[in-house]
Design a binder for this molecule. Structure first.
Ligand code: DAH
Length: 459
């Protein structure tokens, strides 16, 4: 789930035509929080945005805004959120015994490219910025792809210990552990020299040889130079080591609090554009090492951008669905969106420490249908046609009844040069048995919508 690990190689996409975007924009009006302010405009959470060639949000995706599953009473995601927040409240207190961390759980998920990427030093050509990976409202705005997007605005506002919890949006494949909307918690802790070296007042945060100049954007090191797992050039080794120690201690504490004191874990070195050094924490669960969070020492350029020059910080980010699936034994990520009382009634906030295991409501059968089509002349998979565009179309037409989609075959005709693709779509309703007839009808609608949107020819 981590941003930097999702390097899919080169992906080319079939972008929506202007006409398709306008049609999309007008059908977006169905959703409560979203209205069409005029042709070529979207109104989302009170803001008006002009659509452009980057617009790829669908009405279906926009319908998730404001659902706030992480705040819904007794919802498993809300239970996980409260356990994380309570842990931080307990781990850090001020002299009066009050919690040090402030918590933001309802920040607007509409963010700028600057917030989501530039402020975090994510390079201009980074794969995670691609249109095929994010939900763009237009070239300047997108639905946040991670809660880290709020770091700089909160630090600029003067905060030095905070947690952000909310839903994030990513275009991705569809299976039992991926859903285009999921939840994250992100945290930042900043310390000044006086606090960090309380007991060693002679020590310094910054190297004596480091000029301390506000980073000239041209001087910001390219990502390839930020792989050094020891430290950033500006920091002293003692400052980094002490922060690392505190951060790892707190995060292992969180993991033990969630998964029990005997959980097996390990730290793995990694790379994030916004931290250096960076780590992932993995836990051993059901015979596998699973990554549960990403973290690191914040890049000093980010603090400088936010107007903070005399502190060092650590930050981490964690996916809530991943934790909840492990803790409650929930087998399918779509269940988090279920309103079925048979699901919701299994969880309660009454006793946050005593987590029940999920009991399957029932097993309904799957229906599998294949869909093959010829792409337009000169278009191929990853050369003008992105499977993610097709996945979004399927979701818009059939909704969450689609459990999985896989690209099972690609073929280029030797004579005509035309390319053909075959997708296997697995339908399964969470709450009842689907009839073959209704699946066939949905399948046909997907075929018709594909012809219309992608100019393909059904085989
Ligand atoms: N934003 C990262 C992701 O979505 C997770 C993350 C890693 C957040 C390191 C952080 C951090 O704040 O320091 O994959």
């Amino acid at each position: 789930m981590l941003l930097t690990l999702r390097v899919h190689g080169s992906r080319l996409r079939l972008s929506l035509s202007r006409q398709q975007q306008l049609r999309l924009a007008s059908s977006v009006a169905e959703s409560k929080k979203v209205t069409t302010a005029g042709v070529g405009q979207l109104e989302i959470n009170g803001g008006t945005y002009a659509t452009d060639s980057w617009t790829n949000v669908t009405p279906k995706i926009l319908s998730y805004l404001g659902l706030n599953k992480h705040l819904q009473r007794d919802h498993p995601l809300s239970i996980i959120r409260q356990r994380i927040v309570n842990y931080f409240y307990g781990a850090y207190r001020n002299q009066r015994g009050n919690p040090l961390f402030s918590v933001y759980e309802q920040l607007n998920p509409v963010v700028t490219v600057q917030q989501n990427f530039d402020n975090l030093l994510i390079p201009p050509d980074h794969v995670s910025r691609q249109k095929s990976d994010c939900y763009y409202i237009n070239q300047q705005h997108l639905l946040r792809a991670h809660t880290t997007a709020h770091q700089v605005e909160l630090i600029s506002g003067g905060l030095d210990n905070f947690l952000v919890v909310g839903e994030v949006y990513r275009r991705d494949e569809i299976d039992s552990t991926h859903f285009p909307v999921f939840h994250q918690a992100d945290a930042v802790r900043l310390l000044t020299k006086d606090k960090l070296f309380e007991r060693n007042p002679g020590l310094e945060l910054f190297e004596e040889t480091w000029s301390g100049a506000i980073a000239d954007p041209k001087l910001i090191l390219p990502s390839s130079k930020c792989m050094d797992q020891t430290k950033q050039p500006c920091h002293t080794l003692e400052a980094v080591k002490l922060m690392e120690h505190e951060m790892k201690h707190v995060l292992v504490g969180l993991t033990k609090e969630l998964f029990g004191p005997r959980i097996k874990y390990r730290w793995v070195d990694t790379y994030f554009p916004f931290t250096q050094p960076s780590w992932e924490l993995e836990i051993y669960f059901k015979d596998n090492w699973l990554e549960v969070l990403g973290c690191g020492i914040m890049r000093h350029e980010i603090l400088q951008k936010a107007g903070v020059h005399q502190s060092i910080g650590y930050a981490f980010g964690v996916g809530l669905e991943r934790l909840a699936m492990i803790l409650f034994d929930i087998p399918d990520i779509r269940l988090f969106w279920s309103n079925d009382s048979g699901f919701l009634a299994q969880f309660s906030e009454q006793d946050l420490q005593n987590l029940p295991k999920f009991k399957p409501i029932s097993h309904y059968p799957q229906c599998t249908n294949d869909l093959s089509f010829w792409l337009p002349p000169d278009v191929e998979v990853d050369a003008g046609f992105s499977p993610n565009d097709f996945y979004d179309l399927v979701r818009s037409v059939a909704g969450d009844v689609v459990e999985q989609i896989s690209l099972v075959d690609k073929f280029k005709h030797p004579k005509t040069g035309k390319s053909s693709v075959c997708f296997r779509i697995v339908y399964r309703h969470m709450e009842r048995t689907l009839t073959q007839a209704e699946v066939n009808e949905m399948h046909k609608q997907i075929g018709d919508a594909s012809v219309e949107s992608f100019n393909v020819q059904i085989r």
